[in-house]
Design a protein around this ligand. Structure first.
Ligand code: ADP
Ligand code: MG
Length: 585
């Protein structure tokens, strides 16, 4: 997504209502499109990027709409004050609702949004204060310098300025530390958590942000329409908003504009055509939209926008001279860093990790080897907080880490890579790497939205660039992460882990898929890291690679430790030869 195109489209669109001979009916339609586009942009963040489906967006719009309607109609408060009030009420409402809903996953989340939106809808429809089903009418329009914006062309300017603001704010947010965390949620929540992202809070952030945009749209709607009733805030309307995001291309802001325009237009045409076709009034549109949705999901599951523009990650200049981020103090070389005591993990009847003990001294490279299924990756998950032990203790720098969540483990200076690479496909290599530095930045989402985070973000980016250069992938910085060969993607994961400024690095089969000379480069890098004081725990199958690199080996088979010692000793251990070399040549 580039900045230029959405801006150019919006500026061109701003001129449309002033074209000679433009019927005001079309301008009104464009106004509805703009309002819908703002809601759809929120859904891009929530659904397309955050991976959470909401069937309640229209109801959130209703919260903003009713707030400003009540204030301006009954309390004579200026609509301009209704804006912050509406946003505040929507944000507060969404925080309450979201705190419960976004913890649900998959279909339950979608069902949850239906539940509260239906509840709120009937509250609007049955509350005397808001006029029950009749709603509120005679709401004052917006006024600028005493001029009442009643004309559709005037509203157009305000509404599309709103669209522009929403699009810009959203692009800013997505390009910030908080935004990268949101983008990391879809498909990569485990990886995000392993770099300190509070995934529950990040999901809530996406939800509240999308709600605030809906509330903003509600405010625009009320003062353009000058009346409200519950109908536009119901379930059917929510489906339409979702449809806009999906048809346009759920992960793209310009897609939201495209989807909003298409659905608004088609909806308007259908209301003309369908009654003539069926000879009676009814909700036939929902049938057509249902079929449309199925067709899109069948033939263009990523929506229409990717057919218009191919995904190209945004390029961003690196400020190489940005001041460096503060670095950890490394523990004293040779001191005990990590203690694993009788660590155990069973999956039903299978004991994947069977009372394993080992320690790791600061500044050493320890190899963890064993045949496939021995329990190595499970140990990584138990140490890094991705999984919880059934028994035993993990101690790090004297503190108890047993069963602590991944983001807490990350905050202690433990970074990891994954055997099954976990990079975000819709982010560039450098953006993925920058997620590793999440805990080294502090900018709030609001700062990101307002671009107040640029100095800090430049430092995070410069750090990501430095680590990429360190692993030899500087040239790949702006490529989509998953366009690299799998072996290279593992190296990207190492760069991301290095961005955390780790005291302990857990590498799960980092050399898999690398060519001979690439393995040699990796070994050189790991030795250099050790020299700098980083401690490394390494799982690897390539024995030549392991034997030449590690200070010590722990050998496992079927969850149990077979041997522990220097490579020369372990290599001649008869139990190891029998169990390990018996199954892998
Ligand atoms: P390794 O990394 O040494 O190849 P793993 O730690 O991935 O081995 O797996 C050890 C054993 O635990 C395997 O038998 C695997 O099938 C099992 N296992 C791993 N994770 C799970 C899980 N989440 N649920 C059930 N079984 C699992
Ligand atoms: Mg494994």
């Amino acid at each position: 997504m580039t900045r230029f195109w959405p801006l150019a489209c919006i500026i061109l669109a701003a001129l449309v209502p002033w074209l000679p001979g433009m019927p005001s009916f079309w301008v009104t339609l464009l106004n509805y499109t703009g309002i819908a586009a703002i809601v759809a942009i929120g859904l891009v963040v929530l659904t397309g990027i955050g991976g959470m489906t909401s069937f309640g967006q229209a109801t959130l719009l209703g919260l903003g709409a009713y707030t400003t309607a009540i204030m301006s109609k009954y309390y004579d408060i200026s609509p301009w004050l209704g804006l912050p009030a509406g946003l505040l009420v929507t944000a507060a409402g969404a925080t309450l609702i979201g705190a419960v809903t976004v913890r649900l996953s998959g279909h339950y989340l979608a069902l949850g949004t239906i539940a509260w939106s239906v509840g709120l809808y009937y509250t609007f429809a049955n509350l005397d204060l808001v006029g029950r089903n009749d709603g509120i009418s005679g709401i004052p329009p917006l006024e600028i310098a005493g001029y009442r914006l009643i004309d559709a062309r005037m509203s157009f300017t305000v509404i599309w300025l709103g669209v522009l603001l929403a699009a810009l704010a959203t692009m800013n947010l997505l390009d910030s530390r908080a935004g990268r965390a949101i983008r990391a949620l879809k498909g990569g929540a485990v990886a995000a958590a392993s770099f300190g992202v509070d995934t529950a809070r990040t999901r809530l952030l996406a939800f509240v942000y999308s709600a605030v945009l809906a509330g903003f749209a509600g405010w625009l709607y009320v003062h353009m329409q000058r009346s409200v009733n519950p109908t536009p805030f119901g379930f059917y309307q929510s489906i339409q908003y979702l449809l806009m995001a999906v048809i346009g291309g759920a992960a793209h802001i310009p897609g939201a504009l495209l989807g909003a325009a298409l659905v608004t237009l088609v909806n308007d045409r259908l209301q003309d055509i369908l009654p003539k076709l069926f000879g009676a009034r009814g909700n036939y549109e929902s049938i057509v939209f249902g079929m449309l949705l199925i067709a899109v999901l069948q033939w263009a599951p990523d929506g229409l926008w990717p057919l218009v523009a191919r995904f190209r990650p945004r390029r961003r200049a690196i400020q190489a001279d940005a001041p460096r981020l503060a670095a950890q103090t490394m523990p004293e070389r040779g001191s005990t860093l990590l203690e694993v005591v009788r660590l155990r993990r069973s999956f039903g009847g299978l004991v994947a990790v069977n009372d394993i003990d080992f320690t790791l001294k600061a500044g050493e490279i320890l190899g963890l080897i064993g045949p496939n299924g021995a329990g190595k990756s499970t140990i990584f998950n138990l140490i890094s907080g991705v999984d919880t032990p059934t028994g035993g203790i993990v101690r790090f720098r004297g503190g108890d880490l047993t069963g602590r969540p991944a983001r807490h483990v990350a905050a202690q200076g433990i970074a990891r890579t994954f055997q099954h690479v976990k990079l975000v496909a819709t982010m560039s290599v450098i953006e993925n790497v920058a997620i590793g530095a999440h805990l080294r930045g502090h900018a709030s989402p609001l700062a990101g939205l307002l671009r107040l985070d640029r100095a800090e973000d430049a430092r995070l980016y410069a750090e990501a660039a430095r680590q990429l250069a360190r692993v030899g992938l500087a040239d790949a910085a702006d490529r989509p992460a998953t366009s690299l060969a799998l072996g290279q993607q593992r190296i990207v994961e190492i760069a991301r882990a290095l961005c955390l400024d780790p005291v302990l690095l857990l590498l799960d089969e980092p050399a898999a898929g690398l060519r001979h000379n690439e393995k040699a480069e990796l070994a050189t890098l790991l030795r250099r890291l050790r020299d700098e004081g980083v401690t490394i725990l390494l799982v690897e199958h390539d024995m030549e690679f392991v034997m030449g690199l590690v200070d010590r080996l722990v050998v496992m088979d079927f969850g149990t430790k077979l041997a522990d010692g220097p490579p020369d000793v372990v290599r001649v251990d008869p139990r190891v030869i029998e169990a390990y070399l018996g199954s892998v040549e």
